[in-house]
Design a protein around this ligand. Structure first.
Ligand SMILES: *Cc1c(COP(=O)(O)O)cnc(C)c1O
Length: 407
């Protein structure tokens, strides 16, 4: 192997290596405290003074931290903060969690509610966008706050708009709408609720006969793996089929601690998927994404979605091009395990829902045959059955819908 490529290969393997969170910045803390989620939450980093004890901030970051009183708040668990390399100003974990002054910049297309959730809420805190499933926002708090949060208009409680979930009416709505077979708990982070409250909500939902499928969206296994206690797992496992989507963006977020937390969930019978957001300077890179999806499989997590970053206000500095996303997908499909390849989606601005985005594998298609290309660029032909073929099942486009657009 030539020198250059063996360097790349060892950097790739290094990204995939599971390591423990370094604790050298937290000298006097006992193992017992460090592995107690309540200690982590009590010691959450929320102020400039606390943060500056651990990191030397740039002027852009310092100004960013100071403005978080009025918008999405800052919070960083000591555990997650310890994953940042203090010597690297461009650390991919740092970029996700440390506020920057660029958050005050607004691009022309930026929105407060990029996925149009507020206009699809039949009950406060319940989003009914798709025919057979609902998104149930059960809290506005997270263990730490991602700077590109798509729900930053309500999350953390710092801004003007507040999440006021009406639990009784939301559960009543689900009970009355027999078409709802899938309920997705999100927020905020549902696993920040107490064991008792989660037990209550899941119990209520499970008592509804037409609710077949429950799932939880959570970043706790990454921000606060200590929260995944045996007690929590024994509550969750009562409500099967229960699935979970976690949120990992960079392979260094998958530590030994998070792998163990994920293992406890999987051992409780919970199938895990991962959602990533494509972020400039974090994971808009083929090598990083490939390491991430392969490492997820080793942690027993199936990569589910890669999201193009929503047009959330103040996130332009973290967004990257769709072209880059397509390049990443092109370099995954066929080049690595099919289970490791997520679906790349854009949540259509204004409330169109998730739309899959794929490199073009169809070169030509008519009533007689389809011409396709594979991951190596080789071209193949597959015949259509006589008399079938194109126009069967072709979608009709609604060209007039924009007349009614609400934003
Ligand atoms: C993402 C999302 C869902 C779940 O979509 P799946 O593709 O089934 O994972 C449901 N409701 C809303 C509003 C969503 O944004």
């Amino acid at each position: 192997m030539i020198n250059g490529s063996s360097d790349t290969e060892s950097a790739f393997l290094e990204l995939k290596r599971f390591q423990s969170a370094p604790r050298n910045q937290w000298p006097g803390v006992t193992d017992e405290d460090w592995s107690d989620y309540r200690w982590q939450l009590r010691n959450n980093i929320r102020t400039l003074a606390q943060l500056e004890k651990h990191l030397t901030l740039s002027p852009e970051e310092k100004q960013g931290v100071l403005l978080t009183e009025t918008k999405l708040a800052m919070a960083i668990t000591p555990y997650y903060l310890s994953l940042i390399d203090p010597a690297d100003a461009h650390d991919p974990i740092r970029r996700q969690i440390i506020p920057r002054i660029e958050e005050t910049h607004e691009d022309e297309m930026d929105m407060d509610d990029p996925c149009g959730e507020d206009s699809h809420m039949p009950v406060s805190g319940l989003v009914h966008r798709y025919p057979d499933r609902v998104l149930f926002l059960v809290t506005d708090r997270c263990a730490s706050y991602c700077r590109y949060c798509t729900r930053s208009r309500v999350v953390s409680g710092a801004g003007d708009q507040h999440l006021e979930t009406d639990f009784d009416r939301a559960i009543q709505y689900i009970r009355e709408h027999t078409e709802i077979r899938d309920v997705l708990l999100s927020g905020g982070d549902p696993l920040l609720l107490s064991d008792d409250k989660l037990d209550y909500i899941l119990g209520e939902l499970r008592s509804i006969p037409h609710v077949e499928f429950l799932r939880i969206g959570s970043r706790i296994p990454i921000f606060l793996p200590q929260r995944i206690t045996p007690e929590l797992c024994s509550i969750l496992r009562k409500y099967h089929p229960l699935w979970m989507s976690i949120h990992t963006n960079h392979p260094r977020e998958l530590t030994i601690e998070s792998r163990e937390a994920i293992g406890r969930l999987v051992d409780a019978g919970i199938p895990l998927g991962n959602q990533s957001v494509l972020l400039r300077g974090v994971n808009d890179d083929v090598t990083v994404m490939k390491a991430l999806v392969q490492k997820l499989l080793m942690a027993r997590v199936r990569p589910y979605y890669i999201y193009q970053c929503d047009l959330i206000k103040g996130s332009a500095h973290l967004r990257t091009s769709v072209r880059k996303g397509l390049e990443i997908m092109e370099n995954l499909r066929g080049h690595t395990t099919g289970y490791a390849v997520p679906m790349y989606v854009i949540d259509a601005p204004g409330g169109g829902g998730k739309v899959p985005i794929m490199p073009d594998y169809i070169i030509d298609h008519d009533s007689e045959r389809i011409m396709i290309r594979n991951f190596e660029g080789k071209i193949f032909e597959y015949p259509e059955p006589e008399g079938e073929g194109i126009n069967i099942g072709e979608p009709e486009y609604d060209l007039d819908w924009q007349r009614d657009r609400k934003w």
